[in-house]
Design a binder for this molecule. Sequence first.
Ligand code: ZN
Length: 241
Amino acid sequence: MGARYVWRIDDVTPGMERTRFRAFIDLFRRRGVVPLLGVVPENRDPALCRTPDDPAFWETLRTLGDQGAVEFAQHGYQHLSVTRRGPPSEFTGRPYAEQVEKIGRGQDILRREEIHTDIWMAPYHSFDEATLEALLSRGFRFVSDGAALYPFERRGLVFVPQQVWRPRRLPFGVLTVCLHTNDADDGFYRSVERFLESGARSIRFTEAAAAVARGVTERAANVAFAPAWRLLRWLGRRAAS
Ligand SMILES: [Zn+2]
């Protein structure tokens, strides 16, 4: 029956590339797809400031939410990396107390703007055990991340895995496609449009999360997925070179 696809849009901020964002929202709406928006509560990352801040930003989000056109995730706090060496992260390696505080501050801002969510989306896909503890203490229940084929439960949180950054056909599984609309050009937009027109089955994040892998086959597929995926990517790179 083919894979089911969850769509997420990262880096939703008042200074994002709005024209492209709007084009994707309209495309999803036409195709009856409800994407997950990763909203940065208080963006301080200059790389995400592409246009002057939109004064109607929060109002626009609330309207989309009220219309049922989107779902929301909290995408970090300020989207600022605090690591000096290694891969960027806003959270990994920081003390638990600091992580709780940052997550809480972000949550307070979203609540003040009437954006309610218990879904977490880490900037740079980076978090550690302390982050998960902190999320639980602040009432989060879901995470958009992880290398697996089906949603799974870990430490009391439900993970909907995120594996691809462009439409990609797979015979089974639940695949989250991570879109950075700030950087999407016309060719990329059309590839998503064609993929949706091709009849690929899309589901919303919360629908995917509700079907946590409980079956033996799905759990086994998750165990086998990470090494198999690395191999496929390696073969893909070899084929491309
Ligand atoms: Zn991001």
